[in-house]
Design a protein around this ligand. Sequence first.
Ligand SMILES: Cc1ncc(COP(=O)(O)O)c(C=O)c1O
Length: 394
Amino acid sequence: MFESLSSPKPDAILAQMAPFKDDPRADKMNLGIGVYMDDKGKTIIPGVVKLAEQLLLDSEESKTYVGLAGNLSYNEAMKEIVFADSAPEGRVYGMQAPGGSGALSVLAKLMERMRPNAKIWLSTPTWPNHAALLSTGNIEIGEYPYFDPETCSVDFPAMAAKLRTMGPDDVVILHGCCHNPTGANLTNEQWDEVAEIVKETGLLPFFDIAYQGFGDGLDEDAYSVRKFASTVDEMLVAVSCSKNFGIYRDRVGCAFAMGANAETASIAYANMQNIARGIYSMPPDHGASVVSIIWNDDALKAQWKSELAVMSNRMTSLRTKLADSFREQSGTNKFDFIGVHRGMFSLLGLTPEQVDKIKKDHGIYMISDSRINVAGVQEANIERLVKAVLAVSA
Ligand SMILES: Cc1ncc(COP(=O)(O)O)c(C=O)c1O
């Protein structure tokens, strides 16, 4: 029977890992994979996570099932981290999920139950795995304009105009902050306008927030979600702790549903648990317990915030240095956008052929759409990277 299967297309991001590993060049650069790396190219476990893991190890008395919604104290912690005090009383429920990917997948199935004729709209471009995680059953996927390759910023007039044509059977996927792959983000005023459009048209906002704290700060990066929480009636939010807690492999995320009233919200929550039961049943506990321990201890919480700030400050400083170096070496402002973008990624605007060439000639690996992981850049490599980009794009 297996002969009826054909080989799936390799994942564009994961497919980079093996060729990079096999490349013998000592000065190769990995700007492809989407994990935070320090200036030595290491993805370390944050110190605060190590401390919380020890506390968990010492206090854990049982490995019995956690329940369909996972660790309830984790869910409460995530509500505070993402919504702060913007969550309308009784109308927001969070359910632990296996990573942000698990949260996206559960919420897509919830959406299908609510709006079986829905069309999901993704930004052009978006994280390539969105379509796979969100397409369920008959649900159609469409694209709304987002990134202007000429200016390397958000084409907000085009985005807003498209959203205004939508209605209650439409679901719009919004990157809460630190857009992947472009790095270009909406201003707070633009988020205010999108919230008003959503309210007027009745379309369902579905946030994916996977990089909170990697942009301008924990609270600043949650502006979008918090604004919507106080403006619209209903929304979905998929959250990932992979990056901001550095616990990628522990698979920690949270799926939120905000309902128009307490009764519909609690029915949505029951449905989310019912959906989880039919897929993986219960989420893995370890990482969620670690997050809960950190958030509920003042000293650990402060340490986490400061370790997170070290990561985001490093990325912001690399962005400034890259933009400065591009300005110096090219004699133009063409690459100033790198300093304006936020989060781990920026699209450089190279063609797939130029991306191939920079890999072949310089050992610099990026995604074929020219997405770079800014955290993969080391201070000592900035000049070499800039020279190589200018050489292949000349
Ligand atoms: C935009 C976006 N959403 C969601 C995720 C999923 O993260 P997780 O590893 O927690 O499943 C990622 C991971 O790269 C992402 O970039």
